[in-house]
Ligand binder design. Structure first.
Ligand code: HEM
Length: 464
Protein backbone atom coordinates (compact mmCIF):
# COMPACT_ATOMS: atom_id res chain seq x y z
CA UNK A 1 0.00 0.00 0.00
CA UNK A 2 1.32 3.46 -0.90
CA UNK A 3 -0.14 4.86 2.33
CA UNK A 4 0.87 3.25 5.60
CA UNK A 5 -2.08 4.55 7.60
CA UNK A 6 -4.42 1.92 6.21
CA UNK A 7 -5.73 0.84 9.58
CA UNK A 8 -7.64 4.07 10.10
CA UNK A 9 -9.82 3.45 7.06
CA UNK A 10 -13.19 1.75 7.19
CA UNK A 11 -13.76 -1.69 5.76
CA UNK A 12 -15.94 -1.59 2.68
CA UNK A 13 -19.09 -3.70 2.81
CA UNK A 14 -19.39 -5.68 -0.44
CA UNK A 15 -22.68 -7.28 0.53
CA UNK A 16 -23.43 -10.95 0.56
CA UNK A 17 -21.37 -13.37 -1.47
CA UNK A 18 -22.32 -16.62 -3.20
CA UNK A 19 -25.93 -17.46 -4.05
CA UNK A 20 -27.24 -14.87 -1.56
CA UNK A 21 -25.50 -12.09 -3.40
CA UNK A 22 -26.61 -13.28 -6.83
CA UNK A 23 -29.41 -10.69 -7.03
CA UNK A 24 -27.07 -7.71 -7.51
CA UNK A 25 -25.01 -9.60 -10.08
CA UNK A 26 -28.09 -10.49 -12.12
CA UNK A 27 -29.42 -6.93 -11.87
CA UNK A 28 -25.97 -5.65 -12.91
CA UNK A 29 -25.95 -7.62 -16.14
CA UNK A 30 -29.58 -6.70 -16.78
CA UNK A 31 -29.32 -2.95 -16.17
CA UNK A 32 -25.93 -1.72 -14.89
CA UNK A 33 -26.87 1.97 -15.21
CA UNK A 34 -29.78 1.54 -12.79
CA UNK A 35 -27.65 -0.51 -10.38
CA UNK A 36 -24.96 2.18 -10.39
CA UNK A 37 -27.49 4.94 -9.67
CA UNK A 38 -29.01 2.91 -6.85
CA UNK A 39 -25.67 2.01 -5.26
CA UNK A 40 -24.45 5.61 -5.35
CA UNK A 41 -27.77 6.85 -3.97
CA UNK A 42 -27.68 4.37 -1.09
CA UNK A 43 -23.98 4.33 -0.23
CA UNK A 44 -22.48 7.57 -1.53
CA UNK A 45 -19.32 8.20 -3.59
CA UNK A 46 -17.61 4.89 -2.70
CA UNK A 47 -20.03 1.95 -2.80
CA UNK A 48 -19.07 -1.68 -2.30
CA UNK A 49 -20.85 -4.47 -4.14
CA UNK A 50 -20.09 -7.80 -5.73
CA UNK A 51 -20.06 -9.12 -9.28
CA UNK A 52 -20.44 -12.85 -8.88
CA UNK A 53 -17.75 -13.85 -6.39
CA UNK A 54 -15.62 -10.79 -7.01
CA UNK A 55 -15.62 -7.77 -4.69
CA UNK A 56 -16.15 -4.53 -6.57
CA UNK A 57 -16.40 -0.85 -5.76
CA UNK A 58 -18.29 1.88 -7.56
CA UNK A 59 -16.60 5.29 -7.39
CA UNK A 60 -18.75 8.30 -8.28
CA UNK A 61 -17.43 11.31 -6.29
CA UNK A 62 -15.06 13.80 -8.00
CA UNK A 63 -12.40 13.64 -5.28
CA UNK A 64 -12.51 9.87 -5.05
CA UNK A 65 -12.37 9.46 -8.84
CA UNK A 66 -9.37 11.77 -8.88
CA UNK A 67 -7.65 9.56 -6.32
CA UNK A 68 -8.05 6.47 -8.50
CA UNK A 69 -7.16 8.07 -11.83
CA UNK A 70 -4.62 10.67 -10.80
CA UNK A 71 -3.27 11.09 -7.28
CA UNK A 72 -3.05 7.40 -6.37
CA UNK A 73 -3.09 6.00 -9.91
CA UNK A 74 -0.03 3.81 -9.18
CA UNK A 75 -2.22 1.68 -6.87
CA UNK A 76 -4.66 0.87 -9.68
CA UNK A 77 -4.03 -1.03 -12.90
CA UNK A 78 -6.22 -1.78 -15.87
CA UNK A 79 -8.71 -4.52 -14.97
CA UNK A 80 -7.48 -7.92 -16.14
CA UNK A 81 -11.04 -8.90 -17.11
CA UNK A 82 -10.86 -6.12 -19.71
CA UNK A 83 -7.29 -6.53 -20.89
CA UNK A 84 -7.71 -10.32 -21.17
CA UNK A 85 -10.87 -10.02 -23.25
CA UNK A 86 -9.67 -7.22 -25.50
CA UNK A 87 -6.07 -8.36 -25.94
CA UNK A 88 -6.59 -10.39 -29.15
CA UNK A 89 -7.93 -7.30 -30.92
CA UNK A 90 -5.93 -4.50 -29.32
CA UNK A 91 -2.67 -6.11 -28.17
CA UNK A 92 0.03 -3.58 -27.23
CA UNK A 93 -1.73 -0.43 -28.43
CA UNK A 94 -2.70 2.42 -26.14
CA UNK A 95 -6.12 1.19 -25.02
CA UNK A 96 -5.01 -1.71 -22.84
CA UNK A 97 -1.23 -1.44 -22.53
CA UNK A 98 0.33 -0.38 -19.25
CA UNK A 99 3.58 0.68 -17.61
CA UNK A 100 6.65 1.29 -19.74
CA UNK A 101 5.05 -0.06 -22.96
CA UNK A 102 2.16 2.36 -22.52
CA UNK A 103 4.35 5.34 -21.63
CA UNK A 104 6.65 4.83 -24.62
CA UNK A 105 3.73 4.34 -27.01
CA UNK A 106 1.84 7.33 -25.64
CA UNK A 107 4.90 9.57 -26.03
CA UNK A 108 5.00 8.62 -29.73
CA UNK A 109 1.27 9.03 -30.45
CA UNK A 110 0.22 11.97 -28.24
CA UNK A 111 2.00 14.68 -30.30
CA UNK A 112 -0.30 13.84 -33.23
CA UNK A 113 -3.43 14.83 -31.30
CA UNK A 114 -2.58 18.07 -29.51
CA UNK A 115 -5.07 20.96 -29.59
CA UNK A 116 -2.63 22.84 -31.86
CA UNK A 117 -2.33 20.01 -34.35
CA UNK A 118 -5.89 18.73 -34.71
CA UNK A 119 -7.38 21.73 -36.61
CA UNK A 120 -5.31 20.33 -39.50
CA UNK A 121 -7.91 17.55 -39.68
CA UNK A 122 -10.98 19.82 -39.85
CA UNK A 123 -11.39 19.73 -43.63
CA UNK A 124 -11.38 15.91 -43.70
CA UNK A 125 -13.94 15.76 -40.89
CA UNK A 126 -16.19 18.37 -42.53
CA UNK A 127 -16.09 16.77 -45.98
CA UNK A 128 -16.84 13.28 -44.72
CA UNK A 129 -19.55 14.30 -42.25
CA UNK A 130 -21.21 16.60 -44.74
CA UNK A 131 -21.55 13.76 -47.24
CA UNK A 132 -23.50 11.70 -44.69
CA UNK A 133 -25.65 14.55 -43.36
CA UNK A 134 -26.66 15.36 -46.94
CA UNK A 135 -27.64 11.73 -47.50
CA UNK A 136 -29.85 11.87 -44.40
CA UNK A 137 -31.43 15.08 -45.64
CA UNK A 138 -32.15 13.54 -49.01
CA UNK A 139 -33.58 10.36 -47.48
CA UNK A 140 -35.73 12.31 -45.00
CA UNK A 141 -35.62 9.47 -42.49
CA UNK A 142 -32.90 7.31 -40.97
CA UNK A 143 -31.84 4.80 -38.35
CA UNK A 144 -29.81 7.33 -36.36
CA UNK A 145 -27.32 4.98 -34.71
CA UNK A 146 -26.53 3.19 -37.97
CA UNK A 147 -26.24 6.60 -39.65
CA UNK A 148 -23.73 8.06 -37.21
CA UNK A 149 -21.75 4.82 -37.07
CA UNK A 150 -21.33 4.81 -40.85
CA UNK A 151 -20.44 8.51 -40.75
CA UNK A 152 -17.80 8.04 -38.06
CA UNK A 153 -16.22 5.07 -39.84
CA UNK A 154 -15.84 7.38 -42.81
CA UNK A 155 -14.35 10.16 -40.66
CA UNK A 156 -11.96 8.00 -38.63
CA UNK A 157 -10.81 5.92 -41.58
CA UNK A 158 -10.33 9.19 -43.51
CA UNK A 159 -8.12 10.58 -40.75
CA UNK A 160 -6.07 7.40 -40.52
CA UNK A 161 -5.63 6.98 -44.27
CA UNK A 162 -6.33 9.70 -46.83
CA UNK A 163 -8.10 7.42 -49.29
CA UNK A 164 -11.79 7.10 -50.21
CA UNK A 165 -13.60 4.76 -47.83
CA UNK A 166 -15.41 3.22 -50.79
CA UNK A 167 -12.14 1.46 -51.73
CA UNK A 168 -11.99 -0.28 -48.34
CA UNK A 169 -15.56 -1.32 -47.56
CA UNK A 170 -14.68 -4.96 -46.78
CA UNK A 171 -12.27 -3.68 -44.13
CA UNK A 172 -14.90 -1.37 -42.63
CA UNK A 173 -17.34 -4.28 -42.41
CA UNK A 174 -14.72 -6.46 -40.73
CA UNK A 175 -13.78 -3.65 -38.29
CA UNK A 176 -17.47 -3.17 -37.44
CA UNK A 177 -17.80 -6.85 -36.60
CA UNK A 178 -14.62 -6.77 -34.51
CA UNK A 179 -15.92 -3.80 -32.48
CA UNK A 180 -19.30 -5.53 -32.05
CA UNK A 181 -17.50 -8.64 -30.82
CA UNK A 182 -15.63 -6.52 -28.25
CA UNK A 183 -18.81 -4.78 -27.07
CA UNK A 184 -20.58 -8.08 -26.72
CA UNK A 185 -17.69 -9.77 -24.93
CA UNK A 186 -17.46 -6.91 -22.45
CA UNK A 187 -21.14 -6.86 -21.57
CA UNK A 188 -21.76 -10.60 -21.07
CA UNK A 189 -21.04 -12.57 -17.91
CA UNK A 190 -19.76 -15.55 -19.90
CA UNK A 191 -18.09 -15.51 -23.30
CA UNK A 192 -16.80 -18.51 -25.26
CA UNK A 193 -12.96 -18.30 -25.30
CA UNK A 194 -11.51 -17.75 -28.75
CA UNK A 195 -10.07 -21.24 -28.92
CA UNK A 196 -13.62 -22.64 -28.96
CA UNK A 197 -14.52 -22.55 -32.66
CA UNK A 198 -18.01 -21.01 -32.48
CA UNK A 199 -19.11 -19.24 -35.65
CA UNK A 200 -18.75 -15.88 -33.94
CA UNK A 201 -15.19 -16.68 -32.84
CA UNK A 202 -14.19 -17.99 -36.27
CA UNK A 203 -15.57 -14.83 -37.91
CA UNK A 204 -13.74 -12.69 -35.36
CA UNK A 205 -10.38 -14.37 -36.04
CA UNK A 206 -10.88 -14.08 -39.81
CA UNK A 207 -11.93 -10.41 -39.55
CA UNK A 208 -8.99 -9.59 -37.35
CA UNK A 209 -6.54 -11.13 -39.80
CA UNK A 210 -8.14 -9.15 -42.64
CA UNK A 211 -7.95 -5.80 -40.80
CA UNK A 212 -4.38 -6.36 -39.54
CA UNK A 213 -3.26 -7.35 -43.02
CA UNK A 214 -4.93 -4.24 -44.47
CA UNK A 215 -3.26 -2.02 -41.83
CA UNK A 216 0.13 -3.56 -42.67
CA UNK A 217 -0.42 -2.83 -46.38
CA UNK A 218 -1.44 0.77 -45.69
CA UNK A 219 1.67 1.24 -43.55
CA UNK A 220 3.89 -0.33 -46.18
CA UNK A 221 2.47 1.90 -48.94
CA UNK A 222 3.21 4.99 -46.84
CA UNK A 223 6.68 3.78 -45.93
CA UNK A 224 7.53 3.34 -49.61
CA UNK A 225 5.98 6.66 -50.70
CA UNK A 226 6.10 9.04 -47.73
CA UNK A 227 5.37 12.09 -49.91
CA UNK A 228 2.12 10.81 -51.36
CA UNK A 229 0.11 10.84 -48.14
CA UNK A 230 -0.83 13.26 -45.40
CA UNK A 231 -2.67 11.25 -42.78
CA UNK A 232 -2.28 9.85 -39.27
CA UNK A 233 -0.67 6.58 -40.37
CA UNK A 234 2.02 8.59 -42.22
CA UNK A 235 2.48 10.82 -39.17
CA UNK A 236 2.92 7.77 -36.90
CA UNK A 237 5.50 6.36 -39.29
CA UNK A 238 7.48 9.59 -39.05
CA UNK A 239 7.51 9.59 -35.23
CA UNK A 240 10.72 8.69 -33.38
CA UNK A 241 11.28 7.78 -29.75
CA UNK A 242 13.89 9.37 -27.46
CA UNK A 243 16.60 7.21 -29.01
CA UNK A 244 15.56 8.15 -32.51
CA UNK A 245 13.93 4.76 -33.25
CA UNK A 246 10.62 4.47 -35.17
CA UNK A 247 7.64 2.43 -33.98
CA UNK A 248 7.95 -1.24 -34.85
CA UNK A 249 5.74 -2.70 -37.58
CA UNK A 250 3.75 -4.72 -35.00
CA UNK A 251 3.11 -1.68 -32.82
CA UNK A 252 2.07 0.42 -35.80
CA UNK A 253 -0.51 -2.18 -36.79
CA UNK A 254 -1.70 -2.43 -33.15
CA UNK A 255 -2.03 1.33 -32.95
CA UNK A 256 -4.04 1.62 -36.18
CA UNK A 257 -6.57 -0.81 -34.68
CA UNK A 258 -6.51 0.93 -31.29
CA UNK A 259 -7.06 4.39 -32.70
CA UNK A 260 -9.81 3.18 -34.98
CA UNK A 261 -11.59 1.36 -32.13
CA UNK A 262 -11.13 4.17 -29.59
CA UNK A 263 -12.09 6.94 -31.96
CA UNK A 264 -14.97 5.28 -33.72
CA UNK A 265 -17.20 3.79 -31.04
CA UNK A 266 -17.10 6.67 -28.56
CA UNK A 267 -17.42 9.37 -31.20
CA UNK A 268 -20.34 7.66 -32.93
CA UNK A 269 -22.16 7.39 -29.60
CA UNK A 270 -21.38 11.02 -28.77
CA UNK A 271 -22.84 12.14 -32.12
CA UNK A 272 -25.88 9.95 -31.60
CA UNK A 273 -26.72 11.42 -28.19
CA UNK A 274 -26.03 14.97 -29.37
CA UNK A 275 -28.44 14.58 -32.28
CA UNK A 276 -30.94 12.93 -29.95
CA UNK A 277 -30.67 15.69 -27.30
CA UNK A 278 -31.16 18.34 -29.99
CA UNK A 279 -34.19 16.50 -31.32
CA UNK A 280 -35.75 16.52 -27.84
CA UNK A 281 -34.94 20.22 -27.17
CA UNK A 282 -36.15 22.21 -30.17
CA UNK A 283 -35.54 25.58 -28.45
CA UNK A 284 -31.86 24.76 -27.97
CA UNK A 285 -31.62 23.40 -31.52
CA UNK A 286 -33.14 26.66 -32.76
CA UNK A 287 -30.64 28.77 -30.81
CA UNK A 288 -27.66 26.72 -32.04
CA UNK A 289 -29.09 26.80 -35.56
CA UNK A 290 -29.29 30.61 -35.41
CA UNK A 291 -25.61 30.71 -34.44
CA UNK A 292 -24.76 28.46 -37.39
CA UNK A 293 -26.76 30.66 -39.78
CA UNK A 294 -25.14 33.83 -38.50
CA UNK A 295 -21.59 32.51 -38.74
CA UNK A 296 -21.73 30.25 -41.78
CA UNK A 297 -24.73 31.54 -43.69
CA UNK A 298 -24.99 28.20 -45.45
CA UNK A 299 -21.28 27.81 -46.27
CA UNK A 300 -19.06 24.90 -45.33
CA UNK A 301 -17.33 25.42 -41.95
CA UNK A 302 -13.55 25.86 -41.86
CA UNK A 303 -11.14 25.62 -38.91
CA UNK A 304 -11.26 29.42 -38.52
CA UNK A 305 -15.07 29.43 -38.25
CA UNK A 306 -15.11 27.16 -35.22
CA UNK A 307 -14.09 29.87 -32.75
CA UNK A 308 -17.29 31.69 -33.78
CA UNK A 309 -19.50 28.69 -32.95
CA UNK A 310 -19.19 28.47 -29.14
CA UNK A 311 -22.80 27.45 -28.55
CA UNK A 312 -22.41 24.41 -30.86
CA UNK A 313 -19.48 23.33 -28.69
CA UNK A 314 -21.51 23.93 -25.52
CA UNK A 315 -24.29 21.73 -26.90
CA UNK A 316 -21.82 18.93 -27.55
CA UNK A 317 -20.23 19.21 -24.11
CA UNK A 318 -23.59 19.22 -22.36
CA UNK A 319 -24.66 16.19 -24.37
CA UNK A 320 -21.54 14.34 -23.12
CA UNK A 321 -22.43 15.36 -19.57
CA UNK A 322 -25.86 13.75 -19.67
CA UNK A 323 -24.85 10.98 -22.07
CA UNK A 324 -21.15 10.27 -21.53
CA UNK A 325 -20.12 7.83 -24.31
CA UNK A 326 -17.86 6.06 -21.76
CA UNK A 327 -20.31 6.02 -18.83
CA UNK A 328 -18.11 3.80 -16.65
CA UNK A 329 -14.60 2.47 -17.02
CA UNK A 330 -12.67 -0.08 -15.09
CA UNK A 331 -9.59 -0.42 -12.96
CA UNK A 332 -8.43 -3.00 -10.43
CA UNK A 333 -6.58 -2.45 -7.14
CA UNK A 334 -2.97 -3.51 -7.78
CA UNK A 335 -2.24 -3.60 -4.04
CA UNK A 336 -3.98 -3.02 -0.75
CA UNK A 337 -4.96 0.63 -0.88
CA UNK A 338 -7.75 3.07 -0.10
CA UNK A 339 -10.35 5.24 -1.79
CA UNK A 340 -11.82 8.11 0.21
CA UNK A 341 -12.44 6.80 3.72
CA UNK A 342 -12.36 3.14 2.75
CA UNK A 343 -9.70 0.48 2.73
CA UNK A 344 -9.64 -1.40 -0.58
CA UNK A 345 -8.32 -4.94 -0.83
CA UNK A 346 -5.88 -5.96 -3.57
CA UNK A 347 -7.65 -7.14 -6.77
CA UNK A 348 -10.91 -5.33 -5.98
CA UNK A 349 -12.60 -4.33 -9.26
CA UNK A 350 -13.05 -0.56 -9.43
CA UNK A 351 -15.81 1.00 -11.55
CA UNK A 352 -15.37 4.72 -12.19
CA UNK A 353 -18.68 6.14 -13.29
CA UNK A 354 -18.77 9.62 -14.83
CA UNK A 355 -22.36 8.81 -15.83
CA UNK A 356 -23.46 8.86 -12.18
CA UNK A 357 -21.31 11.86 -11.23
CA UNK A 358 -22.55 13.86 -14.24
CA UNK A 359 -26.15 13.28 -13.14
CA UNK A 360 -25.64 13.98 -9.44
CA UNK A 361 -27.40 16.96 -7.84
CA UNK A 362 -24.32 17.31 -5.62
CA UNK A 363 -22.29 18.34 -8.66
CA UNK A 364 -24.86 19.93 -10.97
CA UNK A 365 -27.90 22.06 -10.15
CA UNK A 366 -31.00 20.52 -11.78
CA UNK A 367 -28.81 17.71 -13.16
CA UNK A 368 -31.37 16.09 -15.49
CA UNK A 369 -31.94 19.32 -17.41
CA UNK A 370 -30.19 19.64 -20.76
CA UNK A 371 -28.62 23.07 -20.40
CA UNK A 372 -25.64 23.96 -22.65
CA UNK A 373 -25.26 27.28 -20.80
CA UNK A 374 -23.48 25.38 -18.03
CA UNK A 375 -20.51 25.45 -20.40
CA UNK A 376 -20.83 29.12 -21.47
CA UNK A 377 -17.44 30.84 -21.74
CA UNK A 378 -18.47 33.49 -19.22
CA UNK A 379 -19.87 30.96 -16.68
CA UNK A 380 -17.88 29.84 -13.63
CA UNK A 381 -16.60 26.47 -14.76
CA UNK A 382 -14.17 25.75 -11.94
CA UNK A 383 -16.06 22.47 -11.43
CA UNK A 384 -15.17 21.23 -14.90
CA UNK A 385 -11.71 19.81 -14.07
CA UNK A 386 -12.93 17.37 -11.42
CA UNK A 387 -16.65 16.92 -12.00
CA UNK A 388 -16.79 16.60 -15.77
CA UNK A 389 -14.94 13.55 -17.06
CA UNK A 390 -16.24 12.35 -20.44
CA UNK A 391 -12.60 11.79 -21.44
CA UNK A 392 -11.34 10.33 -18.16
CA UNK A 393 -8.28 11.76 -16.39
CA UNK A 394 -4.69 10.95 -15.50
CA UNK A 395 -2.16 8.94 -17.50
CA UNK A 396 -4.84 7.20 -19.58
CA UNK A 397 -6.91 10.34 -20.30
CA UNK A 398 -8.32 10.24 -23.81
CA UNK A 399 -5.61 11.07 -26.31
CA UNK A 400 -8.20 12.19 -28.86
CA UNK A 401 -10.19 14.62 -26.68
CA UNK A 402 -9.26 17.74 -28.68
CA UNK A 403 -10.14 15.95 -31.91
CA UNK A 404 -13.41 14.65 -30.46
CA UNK A 405 -14.49 18.14 -29.36
CA UNK A 406 -13.89 19.42 -32.88
CA UNK A 407 -15.84 16.50 -34.34
CA UNK A 408 -18.79 17.21 -32.05
CA UNK A 409 -18.82 20.93 -32.75
CA UNK A 410 -18.58 20.39 -36.51
CA UNK A 411 -21.28 17.73 -36.46
CA UNK A 412 -23.65 20.00 -34.51
CA UNK A 413 -23.05 22.83 -36.97
CA UNK A 414 -23.51 20.63 -40.06
CA UNK A 415 -26.62 18.95 -38.69
CA UNK A 416 -28.31 22.21 -37.74
CA UNK A 417 -27.13 24.05 -40.82
CA UNK A 418 -29.57 22.05 -42.88
CA UNK A 419 -32.37 21.30 -40.49
CA UNK A 420 -32.98 19.26 -37.43
CA UNK A 421 -33.81 15.70 -36.53
CA UNK A 422 -37.10 14.70 -35.00
CA UNK A 423 -37.31 11.66 -32.76
CA UNK A 424 -40.73 11.23 -31.29
CA UNK A 425 -39.99 9.24 -28.16
CA UNK A 426 -37.59 9.16 -25.24
CA UNK A 427 -34.77 6.71 -25.83
CA UNK A 428 -33.83 4.35 -23.02
CA UNK A 429 -30.08 3.84 -22.54
CA UNK A 430 -28.02 0.72 -22.17
CA UNK A 431 -24.40 0.19 -21.21
CA UNK A 432 -22.24 -1.96 -23.46
CA UNK A 433 -18.68 -0.63 -23.10
CA UNK A 434 -20.29 2.58 -24.25
CA UNK A 435 -23.63 4.29 -23.76
CA UNK A 436 -26.02 3.08 -26.42
CA UNK A 437 -29.75 3.44 -27.08
CA UNK A 438 -31.71 0.36 -26.04
CA UNK A 439 -33.75 0.31 -29.21
CA UNK A 440 -33.46 1.51 -32.77
CA UNK A 441 -33.93 5.27 -33.05
CA UNK A 442 -35.81 6.23 -36.20
CA UNK A 443 -35.26 9.91 -36.89
CA UNK A 444 -36.96 12.23 -39.37
CA UNK A 445 -34.79 14.96 -40.88
CA UNK A 446 -36.81 18.17 -40.98
CA UNK A 447 -35.27 20.81 -43.29
CA UNK A 448 -35.08 24.25 -41.74
CA UNK A 449 -35.84 27.46 -43.59
CA UNK A 450 -33.58 30.44 -43.18
CA UNK A 451 -34.50 33.82 -44.65
CA UNK A 452 -37.02 32.13 -46.89
CA UNK A 453 -34.46 29.67 -48.33
CA UNK A 454 -34.58 25.93 -47.90
CA UNK A 455 -31.20 25.25 -46.26
CA UNK A 456 -31.08 21.64 -47.32
CA UNK A 457 -30.55 22.84 -50.92
CA UNK A 458 -27.63 25.09 -50.13
CA UNK A 459 -24.51 23.57 -51.60
CA UNK A 460 -21.02 23.68 -50.15
CA UNK A 461 -19.06 26.73 -51.11
CA UNK A 462 -22.08 28.98 -51.79
CA UNK A 463 -21.09 32.57 -50.98
CA UNK A 464 -22.08 33.76 -47.49
C1 HEM B 1 -16.48 11.75 -27.88
C2 HEM B 1 -15.49 10.98 -28.17
C3 HEM B 1 -14.59 10.29 -27.17
C4 HEM B 1 -14.82 9.96 -25.87
C5 HEM B 1 -16.04 10.25 -25.04
C6 HEM B 1 -13.63 9.28 -25.39
C7 HEM B 1 -13.48 8.81 -24.10
C8 HEM B 1 -12.31 8.22 -23.62
C9 HEM B 1 -12.09 7.83 -22.24
C10 HEM B 1 -13.09 7.99 -21.11
C11 HEM B 1 -10.85 7.29 -22.17
C12 HEM B 1 -10.14 6.81 -20.90
C13 HEM B 1 -10.54 5.40 -20.52
C14 HEM B 1 -9.83 4.93 -19.29
O1 HEM B 1 -9.22 5.70 -18.53
O2 HEM B 1 -9.88 3.70 -19.05
C15 HEM B 1 -10.29 7.32 -23.50
C16 HEM B 1 -9.05 6.82 -23.84
C17 HEM B 1 -8.56 6.83 -25.12
N1 HEM B 1 -9.11 7.45 -26.22
FE1 HEM B 1 -10.86 8.42 -26.29
N2 HEM B 1 -12.74 9.18 -26.43
C18 HEM B 1 -13.28 9.80 -27.52
C19 HEM B 1 -12.69 9.97 -28.76
C20 HEM B 1 -11.44 9.53 -29.09
C21 HEM B 1 -10.79 9.77 -30.35
C22 HEM B 1 -11.35 10.62 -31.50
C23 HEM B 1 -9.59 9.11 -30.29
C24 HEM B 1 -8.52 9.00 -31.36
C25 HEM B 1 -7.85 9.88 -31.82
C26 HEM B 1 -9.49 8.48 -29.00
C27 HEM B 1 -8.43 7.71 -28.57
C28 HEM B 1 -8.28 7.24 -27.29
C29 HEM B 1 -7.15 6.42 -26.87
C30 HEM B 1 -6.01 5.94 -27.75
C31 HEM B 1 -7.33 6.16 -25.50
C32 HEM B 1 -6.39 5.37 -24.59
C33 HEM B 1 -5.42 6.37 -23.99
C34 HEM B 1 -4.41 5.77 -23.02
O3 HEM B 1 -4.73 4.85 -22.26
O4 HEM B 1 -3.30 6.28 -23.01
N3 HEM B 1 -10.62 8.76 -28.30
N4 HEM B 1 -11.19 7.90 -24.37
Amino acid sequence: MNDDRAEKFEQLDHGRSGVLGLGTTLRWFHDPLAVMQRLAGEHGPVAGFRIGLFPAVLVTGPTEINEVLVSRAADFRRARAVTGTLWPALREGLIISEGEVHRAQRAMVAPLFTARRVPKYVDVMVARMQKHVRTWQAAGELDLLAGVQAMMHDVVAGLLIDEPLEDHLDVVDAATRIFDWEMRAMSRPIVAPLNIPTKRNRDFIRDLALVRDWAARMIDARRRHPDRHDDIVSAMLAQRDRDGAPMSEERLVDEVLNLWAAAHETSADAMFWTAYALSRHPGIAERAGAEVDRVLGGATPTAEDLAQLPYCLQVFKESMRLYPPSPAFLREAACETRIGDYAIAENTIVFIAPYVMHRSALQYPDPERFDPDRFAQEADRSWERLSYLPFGAGEHVCIGSALALLEGQIFTALLLGGGTLRIDRDMAMKLTINLRPKREARAVYVPRRRSGRDLSRIEAGEPR
